[in-house]
Each structure stands twice: as structure tokens, then as C-alpha cells.
Design a protein around this ligand. Structure first.
Ligand code: THU
Length: 135
């Protein structure tokens, strides 16, 4: 778990990340920020396409960036997600992103998000995908 101050700081990073969003079709910018064991922070944002199914969500965009930057040796401590157009910026990862996240997150990795009442909340990422698919 992060301290409340750390969680707020990571959530602000997710907000910053949402500013890079390419979302002309949904008008729904989303940002994600990964905090690594090294202290580095990796941003991700949703990137849409005229062929809607090609859209990549902010969470998976952050994961792709982390791997692409060859930072996989630095594990993911926490991920924050921010929905720009939602009340209280409340958003939790979609099903596809949950599956992608558990591929790389340990049991201690936490998701930082604002709940439906605006409260900054932390929960283990694995709690969002019980009985997940595994090979
Ligand atoms: N979106 C995300 O970026 N993350 C999620 O977990 C859910 C949805 C994006 C995809 C699309 O660009 C927009 O939000 C509306 O669905």
C-alpha cells in the first residue's frame, strides 16, 4: 500500500497522463501512471482509432511503454487510473486491462483510483480479477 501522500501524487501523474490522450471519438480521456520499484513513473493514455476496436486503453498503453522502455527489471508497485470526464474522475480498468495487468502485477501491486464517491482508494490489482485465465 502507498501512503496517502504517495497515492495522491501517483493519481496526479495519471491525470497528467490523460492530457496526452487521443480520444476524439469518445471524448473520454483516460490516464494511467505506473510507479516502479526504482521510483520511476511511466505514463499511459488511451489512443483511439477510426476503426474503434483498435483503441488501446490507458492502462495497457502504460504497460506497453514500461516493457518498451526495457524497465521490466523494475517491478510495478502501483498503478493509478484517472477518467477525465467522470464524476470525481472515478474509473476502474476494463476487463481486458485487468487481464493484461495481472500478467505483470504481483500480489502486492495496488490499484489507486477514486471510488464512486470521490474517495482515493487502494486495492490489490489481483482483487479486480478473481479466477483469472492462466496458462
Ligand atoms: N478506456 C481506457 O482507457 N481504460 C479503461 O479501463 C476503460 C476505457 C478508454 C477506451 C476508450 O478510448 C474510452 O475509454 C471510452 O471507452
Amino acid at each position: 500500500m502507498l501512503s496517502p501522500t504517495q497515492a495522491e501524487a501517483l493519481f496526479e501523474e495519471a491525470q497528467k497522463a490523460s492530457e496526452s490522450s487521443y480520444s476524439p471519438y469518445s471524448q473520454f480521456p483516460v490516464g494511467a501512471a505506473l510507479l516502479l520499484t526504482s521510483g520511476d513513473i511511466i505514463h499511459g493514455c488511451n489512443v483511439e482509432n477510426a476503426s474503434f476496436g483498435l483503441t488501446i486503453c490507458a492502462e495497457r498503453s502504460a504497460l506497453v511503454s514500461w516493457i518498451s522502455q526495457a524497465k521490466q527489471a523494475d517491478a510495478i508497485v502501483a498503478i493509478a487510473v484517472y477518467g477525465a470526464n467522470t464524476k470525481y474522475h472515478h474509473i476502474t480498468p476494463c476487463g481486458a486491462c485487468r487481464q493484461s495487468l495481472v500478467e505483470f502485477c504481483g500480489d502486492d501491486t495496488v490499484l489507486v483510483f477514486r471510488d464512486a464517491f470521490g474517495e482515493l482508494t487502494q486495492k490489490p490489482v489481483t482483487a479486480f480479477l478473481p479466477d483469472r485465465f492462466e496458462l
